[in-house]
Every structure is written in C-alpha cells, then in structure tokens.
Write a protein that binds this ligand. Structure first.
Ligand code: DAH
Length: 343
C-alpha cells in the first residue's frame, strides 16, 4: 500500500508541474484529494491495520495529502503570476503617445464680432430684437417697399419655400416686425443680428451669412444722427482714428440711401491693398427710413422719421481679422476659430 501511495504522490507531483492553466489545478485537486480519490480510499482500509501501522500509515497519507495540497497552492500562485504577466505584456500602454486633446474652445470670430457690435450699440441705448429666419414675402420684401416685380428683388434672388415664404435674404424684415409691434408709437432703437440666405457662393459671399440690422425711429431724426452714430460705431470697432464718409446709394426702403465707408485702418487712408488704393473701406448700407415703409408699418411719416443700417458680420470680421475666405467661417476648424478671439 505504501508503494502505491508513493506512486500516487509522485504522479500527483508530476501532474501538478505539468499543469499549464488554473483549471487543470482544480481537476488535479479533485482527482487526488477529493473524498472519492484513490488516496482517500486508503483511509477506509486503515481499520484492517494494527495500531502502530495505522499511526504510521495515517501520518504517511496526511503528509502526502498536505504535500499535494501545498504544491497545488504554489503552482496556483505561479500560474496566476504568469497569467498576469501575460496580460500586462498584451495590454501594452505606450506612454509616449500624445494624450487626447481636451483643450478649451474659444469664441468663434463670427460670434466675437456680433458680441462686439451689440455691446457698442447697447452702450448707445439700443435693444436687441430678433426675427424668424423663415420669413414671409410680405416682411422680407413688400413692407420694405419692394413690391412683386421690383428689380431690387433680383439681387436677393433667394431660397423660396413656397410663393409667400422664403429663407430671409436680409435682416431688414425685423425693422417691419418691430415697427408694427409698436403700433405707430416711437421711439424705437434696436439692432438685430442674425443669419440671412442668398444664392451666392464665392470667396467673399456665402449662401448663408450674418447681418446686423439697426433701426432708430423717433421725432426729429436726421442724417446727422445717422452719421454721428456710424462714426461712434466705426471708432469703437476699428479704432479712434477712423473717419466715416457717406456715398449716395440706393436701397428701396431708405430715402436718401447711402453706403458708408471708413478710412482704411491698415494704411490710415494713404491707400493700400486692403482698401484697393482708395484709402476707404465700404462697411455698411444705410439711409433714412422711406416714408412708404413708415406708413406701411403703422407710423405717421409726417410725425416720425428714422434711420436704418445693415452690417455684414463676416465682412466686418474679415476686415478686422484679415481673413481672406468667407468659407473658413463655416468649416468649424478649431485652429482657425482660436486665432482671433482672445479672452
Ligand atoms: N438689407 C440691406 C442688404 O441686405 C442692407 C441695408 C441697407 C440695411 C440699408 C438697411 C439699410 O437697414 O438702411 O443689402
């Protein structure tokens, strides 16, 4: 029997040392140490032995049992270590890889200009007004003195949704909306930033772009008020030394109409590539609100006058920040966006 036990012992030890995975150890424990194992079956045969033999035999079985058990434990620890090492080797972390970029974004140059312009006019007592981007023909054209068939419609050949609805081609309809809401009673002093849509597409024109509309309605408003307002704006936006000049122009909703230029901030008026040698940069359209518009929008044109202006947001940003292509505003490239606005 002792021979048999020794045989089992050495077989167990070789099984343990040959084991390669943890599951095999569980099997080995079952085979050699469970109640039904061959080794344990010797226990039941002990009663056939004499007292002394029983003692030495019992000690032998116990020591073999303990030895197998502790060898299994040692092997388990070493297999677990191996498994961990293996895993660590497979899951290589490359500490030299650059980390993910969680850098903070910044205000988009478009919004930076909107905020600056709004701040300047809020400082002059203006309020912000808003209108819908899907606008009716009535507000976008008719109430602004542009009836059906008027040639001025051609320049704003736009995105119509049906016969009477379009993506607004200008922010000017907000003028009509605000005037009608006031039911003929002034004063009004608003600016209205927002998106507008036209069938345009080149380096300086986009099918979608931003405008800021301005409107002042009150008694005794004249062109001097318009000029001084634009001068204040030009100086705050482009520097103290800026001068403003008005050139006669045409818009259906203003009479007289002007285009306003500022003295070039690049060359100070001497003439350079930015101002195309003229010393002046065109910055916005403006004029005195047309009596037809006042009347159609519920104001008595004999009592009230007003001026209005429209500023292109991207155009101001392109001039101020030296951006050469309007499409860069819409590509959402952080490297572009971050260059202009500093907190
Ligand atoms: N709505 C004009 C445009 O899109 C800009 C404009 C010109 C607005 C003169 C005005 C204005 O309010 O008085 O071309």
């Amino acid at each position: 029997m002792k021979e048999k036990i020794k045989e089992i012992h050495s077989k167990a030890l070789s099984d343990i040392s040959n084991a390669n995975v943890l599951d095999e150890l569980t099997n080995i424990r079952n085979i050699y140490l469970s109640k039904k194992s061959e080794l344990m079956s010797f226990m039941s045969k002990m009663k056939e032995l004499s007292h002394e033999e029983r003692i030495s035999f019992g000690q032998l079985i116990n020591s073999v049992k303990e030895d197998i058990s502790s060898r299994i434990e040692e092997k388990r620890i070493s297999l677990e270590e191996e498994k961990l090492k293996d895993q660590l080797n497979k899951e290589i972390v490359d500490f030299t890889l650059p980390g993910r970029d969680h850098s903070k974004g910044s205000k988009h140059p478009f919004n930076a200009i909107v905020d600056q312009v709004c701040e300047i006019f809020i400082g002059m007592g203006y309020q912000i007004a808003e209108g819908p981007e899907v606008e009716t023909d009535e507000f976008n054209f008719e109430l602004l003195n542009v009836p059906k068939g008027h040639p001025a419609r051609d320049m704003q050949d736009s995105f119509f949704i049906d016969d009477s609805l379009l993506m607004r081609s200008q922010t000017s309809p907000v003028q009509a909306r605000v005037m009608l809401s006031k039911k003929g009673i002034g004063p009004i002093k608003i600016i209205s930033p927002g998106k507008v849509y036209r069938r345009d597409d080149d380096a300086t024109h986009s099918h979608q772009f931003g405008q800021i509309e301005g409107l002042v309605i009150d008694k005794n408003i004249n062109m001097g008020n318009l000029l001084s307002t634009l001068e204040l704006f030009a100086k705050a936006m482009f520097g103290e030394k800026r001068e403003v000049r008005m050139r006669s122009s045409y818009f259906p909703f203003t009479e007289p109409s002007v285009e306003a230029d500022i003295s070039c901030f690049e060359c100070g008026g001497k003439g350079c590539s930015l101002c195309k040698g003229t010393g002046w940069i065109e910055i916005l359209g403006a004029g005195m609100v047309h009596p037809n518009v006042l009347r159609m929008c519920g104001f008595d044109e004999n009592e009230y006058q007003g001026f209005a202006f429209g500023i292109g947001i991207e155009r101001v940003a392109m001039l101020k920040y030296g951006i050469d292509d309007i499409r860069k505003f819409y590509t959402n490239d952080k490297r572009f966006n971050k260059q202009f606005y500093k907190e």
